[in-house]
Design a protein around this ligand. Structure first.
Ligand SMILES: O=P(O)(O)OC[C@H]1O[C@H](OP(=O)(O)OP(=O)(O)O)[C@H](O)[C@@H]1O
Ligand SMILES: Nc1ncnc2[nH]cnc12
Length: 171
């Protein structure tokens, strides 16, 4: 049993004043912490079959690829605009500190495939909801959304009320 809280570093006023940024870099530097996080994510899926794991750019990529390998699933990046080379679908979203949009390759998911949506942090939930909308546009079935860190007071869970949400650490 590892206390993952010790691997999350608070950075006040980043990237702008008033935001306390949850930095997962210490976790990424610890193989033990990463292994424990992956094991816990897998346990939380309770044996559900997963065909595709979504990682949301950029910090969602790290654990999404580890999870995809463990689940014998494909990894699908959801990226910021203009980064994916093939035909895409786009979805706009709001962030705790700005607005942006996200894209997915049009052939990334087949109708009926079972999908796990992963990101490092759940804050307002705008990013994750946009990712879920993209998955559903392609006909994917979202089995769970999982996060390393959930910032409770920003109420991201409310935005994701139609989905099963799991986070390893809640602040
Ligand atoms: O729940 P929300 O309010 O939508 O915020 C959560 C998102 O914000 C961060 O990404 P960011 O856009 O900072 O990009 P990065 O991963 O490339 O650093 C984080 O990695 C999540 O994707
Ligand atoms: N406070 C925060 N820390 C890290 N990532 C974030 N994404 C949105 N809000 C964040």
């Amino acid at each position: 049993m590892i206390n993952l809280d010790q691997y999350i570093r608070d950075i006040p006023d980043f990237p702008k004043k008033g935001v306390v940024y949850k930095d997962i870099s210490p976790m990424l530097q610890s193989p033990e912490a990463m292994r424990f996080a992956v094991k816990t994510f897998i346990e939380n899926l309770k044996g559900e079959k997963i065909d595709k794991v979504i990682g949301v750019e950029s910090r969602g990529f790290f654990f999404a690829t580890l999870l995809a390998e463990k689940l014998n699933a494909g990894f699908i990046p959801i990226r910021k605009p203009g980064k994916l080379p093939y035909k895409t679908h786009t979805e706009a979203y709001e962030l705790e500190y700005g607005t942006d949009s996200l894209e997915i390759h049009q052939d990334a998911i087949e109708k009926g495939e079972k999908v796990l949506v992963h990101d490092d942090v759940l804050a307002t939930g705008g990013t994750a909801l946009a990712a879920c909308n993209l998955v559903e546009k392609l006909g994917g079935e979202i089995i769970q959304c999982n996060f390393l860190v959930e910032i409770g007071f920003l109420k991201g869970r409310d935005k994701l009320k139609n989905y099963q949400v799991e986070s390893l650490l809640k602040y």
